[in-house]
Design a binder for this molecule. Structure first.
Ligand code: GLV
Ligand code: MN
Ligand code: MN
Length: 429
């Protein structure tokens, strides 16, 4: 490790992560401390209120847009220049951890707090943002807030989205929790560049002994909801040859998804994450099934092939079992390649700070992939213990959190311009 003194206050960052993690806290059967802060729920509102209060304490220039994204800016010496931006999300999946997204937001806040402590005002302003509904677990698609921010989805369309589980309308929930902000979408100035610190959420960095992941891009994501309609009937009296069983069709499709990943091999991943059976009773052949299929690949052509094969198996099993299958796309994002200069900067900074770095794609979706549409963007990964995420047991060592936050500090300050003290004098080493 380099002898460079720490720039950020790790204790303060850990304590904020702890406080935010207590909101919507879920304790697992083995004492795991996770989080359930689904987008636009009461717990999300409480989390937002806490982070906004911290932003206000730092006297940042605060803007909330009409989709509920929150932007807090520490003004630079040249406030007319586009800011450098960092951030992530604070919503979680229902069985989430304390770090996914939260780390990127609170580390960004910590960088600004540390700059203020040291009375350093960079040339460009530094903005920390948190984006609405990154997870997409309640309102699909994922990365919804950042997608609307960059103009990839119209505000009106987004406000009409209905929650998968509770049937709530996004626009109503946003109003209800008080985060339908006054700034139009798109409206908040696009940044000069964007960098997001995130936990890896997979096992590679830990397994291979790397300290910092230099993220080169994000794989393509395809989410499809399938509704399979069959014929509900008596489980004891209906001969097998006369059944139209949607649960059987769902099982064939689920098995197919696993087979497909073997067929494509390598980087292909596929997941059936949600299956709702109606009426879901022991002695009743199901009447309908709603299920989701999540397919991801770094190569768009392979992802397209996977989607076509999914359609084909659906047609085959529908004909075989005499059921109807309808498809609805919940999310579709092509693979994203991050700006090579930004990626190089992250790598250079991490190496300068003495870390072993590994270039890698991101398997998970992130707000940075949306920001990449409007400005040079990149990401910094830190290791996840046992590779776990979207799991109550998600965790990251404090030393890795410190390393990631220090890399973030350096990338932001280098990008924002040579750090100067408030009086305009270059910072002392
Ligand atoms: C978002 O976290 C996703 O990758 O599903
Ligand atoms: Mn995340
Ligand atoms: Mn997540």
């Amino acid at each position: 490790m380099s002898a460079r003194p720490a720039r950020i206050n790790l204790e303060r960052l850990l304590s904020r992560l702890e406080m935010l993690g207590e909101i919507g806290q879920v304790i697992g059967p083995n004492g795991e401390r996770g989080c359930a802060r689904l987008a636009l729920t009461d717990a999300d509102r409480e989390g937002r209120d806490l982070v906004v209060a911290w932003m206000r304490e730092l006297d940042l220039d605060l803007h909330i847009d009409a989709i509920g994204n929150v932007f807090a800016t520490y003004l630079g010496l040249e406030p007319d220049l586009a800011p450098v931006m960092t951030g992530s999300h604070i919503d979680t999946v229902r069985t989430g951890g304390r770090f996914d997204g939260n780390l990127g937001v609170l580390a960004g806040l910590e960088v600004i707090h540390s700059l203020q402590d040291a009375q350093i005002r960079p040339q460009r302003s530094v903005t920390v943002a948190f984006f609405t509904d990154e997870e997409g677990a309640r309102f699909a698609p994922d990365m919804l807030g950042s997608l609307v921010y960059v103009g990839g989805l119209g505000l009106e369309e987004a406000l009409e989205i209905i929650a998968a589980d509770d049937g709530a309308r996004l626009g109503d929930e946003l109003q209800r929790i008080g985060y339908a902000g006054p700034v139009p979408c798109p409206g908040v100035q696009f940044p000069e560049s964007f960098v997001e610190l995130h936990i890896e959420q997979g096992p590679i960095l830990e397994d291979e002994g790397f300290g910092i992941g230099v993220v080169e891009g994000v794989q393509g994501i395809s989410w499809t909801e399938l509704t399979i309609s069959g014929q509900s009937a008596h489980a004891g009296t209906t001969p097998m040859r006369l059944r139209h069983d949607p649960v059987y069709a769902a099982a064939v499709i689920t098995t197919f998804v696993r087979d497909l990943t073997r067929h494509h091999g390598g980087d292909q991943v596929g997941t059936v994450g949600r299956i709702d059976i109606h009426p879901n009773l022991v002695n009743v052949i199901g009447s309908s099934v709603t299920m989701t299929v999540d397919l991801r690949h770094t190569d768009e052509r392979v992802l397209l092939d996977a989607e076509q094969r999914l359609e084909q198996i659906c047609a085959e099993v529908a004909a075989e079992e005499g059921v109807e299958i309808s498809h609805r796309s919940l999310a579709r994002f092509e693979p994203v390649v991050f700006d090579s200069e930004m990626v190089r900067l992250v790598e250079e900074v991490a190496k300068d700070l003495g870390h072993r770095t590994r270039r890698m794609p991101s398997g998970a979706g992130h707000d940075a992939q949306m920001l990449a549409r409007v400005c040079p963007s990149a990401m910094i990964f830190v290791p996840s213990i046992n590779g776990l995420s979207h799991n109550l047991a998600e965790d990251t060592h404090p030393s890795d959190i410190a390393a990631g936050a220090e890399v973030l500090y350096e990338v932001l300050t280098r990008r924002a311009g040579t750090p100067l003290t408030a009086s305009g004098v270059p910072e002392q080493e």
